[in-house]
Design a protein around this ligand. Sequence first.
Ligand code: PHE
Length: 445
Amino acid sequence: MAPATRDLFSSRLGVLAATLGSAVGLGNIWKFPSLVGQNGGASFLVVYLLASLCIGLPLMISDLSLGRAGRSNVISIFQKLAPRTGWWLIGLSAIISCLLILGFYSDVAGWVFAYILKSATGTVSSTDPAAAQASFSSLLNDGPVSLFWQWLVLLLTGAIIMRGASAGIEKVTRVLMPVLFLLLVGVCIRSLTLPGASEGLRFLFMPQWERVDASVIMMAMGLAFFKMSLGMGCMLTYGSYFKEDVNIPLMATRVMICDLLVSLLAGIAIFPAVFSFGFQPAEGPALLFLTIPAVFSSMPGGTFFATLFFILSAIAATGAILSLLEVPVAWLSERFSLPRSKAVPILLAGLVLLGLPATLSTGPALQDVKLFGLTFFDLYDALSSTILMPLSGIVTSLFVGYFWEKEQMLAALGGGMPARLVRTLCRTVTPVLITLVLLHGLNII
Ligand code: PHE
């Protein structure tokens, strides 16, 4: 049973910080800017914006409104709004996805935390990419050290979650989000004042429509989905902590714009420096753990700026992990009437076990063990991001578009034109587009 007085986010700024904290993650740093640069610059941004408007925004508004209307955890929301039906399976899928993502995302976040120390102590300061590779491999190959960092991340975020929605998530993200923004601006200024910085800006922003083909469009749609933390119950759960006076369509639009801004700033912090020192643009772990340390080592004040960069990346990862942890914690504590002080340790113990194979699969211990041709790390990623997330996005939009009683749905979204528009999109364009993303992810189209 949900507690009689639910712990709600106390201020609008807090709502923005917490929700943005979930949306901003490593995706903003190692994924978004590289994808923009490689797939058409400003042209890709136009496609991404359209994808956000057709998929990201309507679903984010839907998730937040469902959460507020159900005022409960991801499973009970649907049991309340659609009693005696199977729609609660959306919630079950969300909990499973969160656990899977946490299993490997906490591992990656651990690497980021380890790199704060490595860059501050100058251990990774070498302009030679081979040395950067050796340093990164030594971390991956050392199981106990990788596990130490992963567990540290889980303990740290668990301690915040233990304090609840307003005293934990809201309070912490209200401080962390402005800090992240300031650090990012600081690194941008450093990067933009390097000689030859304009080459990096050209890489990021020069429109190239010829690069935009069907698969780039699919990628932009998938990205819009992942960026806004959809299909995992994070927005459903956070919506359940929104007060009645929060204008959800407006808040979701703000989050979308701020998230985009953070991604663009990350691109401006990274690529002018990358090009200025003649490195190749990369993406994913290679960008963060190989290129960035080498690039920063090449510049004056490099140790300082590299450390700042890893601190801001760790902040980004922390906000995302908080939202992922909150989904199962809210369910555990409400379903079994457990205080958070019990639910959080139980969850963390489960995550330590679940994370173990993922973490060890990036090193010698388990890297040769494969299921369906994938290591545990990749399997967790594929199951959650490629299958469960889009699937639950499709089902959620069908619920909102067709099953949720029209008047109730419109009222939950605050009525007016935005609510009607979201309903129309959820009945038509949104589920069709996410189905394409799902089929593309499964290599069917
Ligand atoms: N939006 C986060 C990012 O950009 C990832 C994320 C997805 C976080 C789903 C929570 C839930 O990295």
